[in-house]
Write a protein that binds this ligand. Structure first.
Ligand code: NDP
Length: 467
């Protein structure tokens, strides 16, 4: 498959950074190796005084895995990208520096801000609208702002420079395959829609439990915590996809309107001591590997009270979902990796007398990465036909051949903002979690503890005591 991208040049600001080396360049490589970045020019920029060879070497290293598995055409595409790529040293916050670079590039250009968030903001603030060539796309990483107010102010800075549909607020969770699997399941199957509401659904859980601990990311994570890192962005987006009304088209306007509408109806009920929980891991072992107490991890300020496990209950106050709890949870250093959305249905109104054996409700489980689908139902088991048994119907869903950042870049290069977060939605997500962050800061909700490698604090869903 070969396709010409709308974007002619991909400019990565933050060439020496972690995101660029570990995720962006490998994502781009897989995309290019499948012929989906034909005609693209890659430009790196950063504050390091790198020679063009040093940058090319970095690109080469990051392309290695994709190159090894590519066919002859894919290898050629990667070599051509590597050969043509150039590097520019600049301080993006210096007046006129980024403007001069943009003027010198072959447009249309996608500018990927792989920079610390504060630097990205400053770089946009020093740009003037007339310095941004027509057709330029701005690609912003998470976190997008740190509050509703700061997200709004960043939005205002950006829309001064380019139209909203040229701004890509990246959420790499919104990979094309995962999103389309949820939408396909919900809106291409008539049997689901009539039961997808408050009358039939008891609760919806969106869980992202990781077995990974800090993995050297203290500098970022200790200032963020699980609520900001995972729930404020990714899990609220997944929740919205599970809860939206059927859109008329899977186009960026209809889909993003539907997401925005459902988020506007969402909030975390008071008191937060009843609707939220937070915890931090202590020393333990995950998969046989020793994990130190979070507070003792290098680079962590133990007094800051950063949570490594967070859970919030979101209410969606609309006709379809009134009264159905949406429980969003994410944590680190847990014993069991679990990444899924689970819809728990209400029990049948009356089980005919004579049947036995039903002790759990129907559940629909949508797993993320790898994308899977499972449906737990009760049917007559073998032996005594009056004794019902649980059967799980399951399937693996089509996986993307791209890495998550390949999917992000595919949308950016095609000039399609469908899978990026719209400005108003970014503000809504902060509006939903900000009261919780404040309550936690004021210690209205205790910071619990759990051993690394366990299932979380006693009494939490998922922990031994919680079942
Ligand atoms: P790093 O700190 O690793 O890299 C930041 C980059 O910005 C470095 O290349 C740095 O160059 C460059 N830089 C800093 N100041 C300037 C400046 N004034 N002018 C030009 N370049 C500058 O950060 P990450 O790569 O980890 O993160 C980048 C963004 O991606 C952040 O918004 C982060 O939240 C987001 N993100 C990161 C993920 C990850 O796994 N790393 C995952 C998801 C999102 P130098 O060192 O030479 O100053």
């Amino acid at each position: 498959m070969t396709s010409q991208s709308t974007v002619r040049t991909l400019l990565i600001l933050g060439a020496s950074g972690d995101l660029t080396g570990r995720l962006l360049l490998p994502g781009l490589a897989r995309l290019a190796a499948t012929g989906r970045a034909a005609g693209l020019r890659l430009v790196g920029a950063g504050s390091d005084p790198w020679t063009p060879e040093q940058w090319r070497e970095r690109v080469h290293e990051s392309f290695a895995a994709a190159s090894a598995s590519a066919g002859p055409e894919g290898k050629e595409a990667l070599q051509s990208l590597e050969k043509e790529t150039v590097y520019h040293q600049l301080d993006v916050t210096a007046d006129g520096a980024l403007a001069a670079l943009l003027a010198a590039l072959d447009g249309p250009t996608a500018v990927y801000f792989a920079l610390p968030p504060r630097i990205s903001q400053l770089a946009c603030e020093v740009l003037q609208p007339e310095q941004v060539p027509a057709g330029t796309r701005l690609v912003m990483e998470k976190p997008f702002g740190s509050s509703e107010e700061s997200a709004r102010s960043l939005n205002q800075t950006l829309v001064r420079l380019v139209p909203e549909d040229h701004i890509h607020r990246v959420d790499h969770f919104l990979g094309k395959a995962t999103v389309l699997n949820i939408l396909g399941l919900r809106f291409a199957n008539n049997f689901l829609e009539p039961v997808w509401d408050r009358h039939h659904v008891e609760k919806v859980e969106i869980i992202f439990d990781e077995d990974l601990a800090l993995e050297g990311r203290a500098r970022y994570y200790d200032n963020a915590g699980a609520l900001r890192d995972m729930i404020q962005s990714h899990l609220l987006q997944i929740m919205a996809l599970m809860a939206i009304e059927p859109p008329a088209t899977i186009g960026e306007r209809d889909l993003r309107d539907a997401i925005s509408t459902v988020l506007r109806a969402s909030s975390v009920p008071l008191p937060h001591s009843g609707s939220t929980r937070r915890a931090r891991y202590t020393a333990g072992a995950v998969g046989g590997k020793e994990v130190p107490d979070y507070a003792q991890e290098e680079g962590v300020d133990g007094g800051r009270g950063t949570e490594t496990l967070a859970e919030i209950r979101v209410n969606i106050d609309n006709w379809r979902w009134k009264g159905v709890p949406f429980i969003l949870r994410s944590g680190k250093a847990l014993g069991v990796k679990r990444k899924e959305a689970v819809v728990t249905f209400r029990p049948v109104p009356h089980l005919p007398q004579g049947f036995t054996g039903v002790d759990a409700p129907n559940q629909l489980r949508i797993g993320f990465g790898p994308d899977t689908l499972a449906f737990d139902i009760d049917v007559n088991g073998p032996g005594n036909i009056f004794s019902l048994g649980r059967v799980t119907l399951d399937a693996e869903l089509s996986a993307s051949e791209l890495l998550p950042y390949g999917e992000v870049l595919e949308g950016v290069l095609a000039g399609d903002p469908l899978l990026s977060v719209r400005g108003d939605t970014a503000e809504e997500c902060w509006r939903i979690v900000e009261p919780v962050l404040r309550a936690w800061q004021q210690d209205e909700v205790p910071l619990e503890e759990y051993d690394a490698g366990s299932a979380g604090p006693a009494g939490w869903p998922g922990s031994a005591a919680g079942h």
